[in-house]
Design a protein around this ligand. Sequence first.
Ligand SMILES: [Fe+2]
Length: 185
Amino acid sequence: MSYSLQDFARDTREILKAGASRAQVEKVKTKMEQLLVDPGFVKQYFGEDQPLGLKRIHIDPTGFEIMTYRYNEARKSNPHDHGDSWAIYGQVAEYTEMTLWDRTDDDSDPDFAKLKAGKPYRLVPGKAGVYYGRELHSTATPVNTRYLRITGTDLENIERLRIDAATGKIQRIYGRQTGAPAAVR
Ligand SMILES: [Fe+2]
């Protein structure tokens, strides 16, 4: 049976009625994995006729939003969080290499952080990953990657951190565009 964007939005609304604990967000992830492999959904939102870049495809009246990402270039982001919002990344084509980062400093310097990278792992087509409670993560994606992301709120309205992996310099982000990964040059 097919599973549409509207079905997913409805199921997500239902799940979040019980709150947005990690356990509830994990339930949203399970539903998202159903959507990622639906041929009708993939054709409509990730087909060759879709524009490159990121595109917001659903804004829910209850607050969450859903974006598609389609790139024809390899990209790599610096470690970042999503502020107080949870996020789920779900892969549609190619892969996303995810790295989780721990802060090893005492958080006393507002401008610099010390980071330790965890072991990278891959999200492959049909698989999604939850990023919750200011977990720092970075992404690396190859040519032609396509993925879906849902966040608990519009990220434009909340403060987020991006940290330069090499220098530890902390950047505070408010706008939408700056939340996108930087292109690899
Ligand atoms: Fe992210």
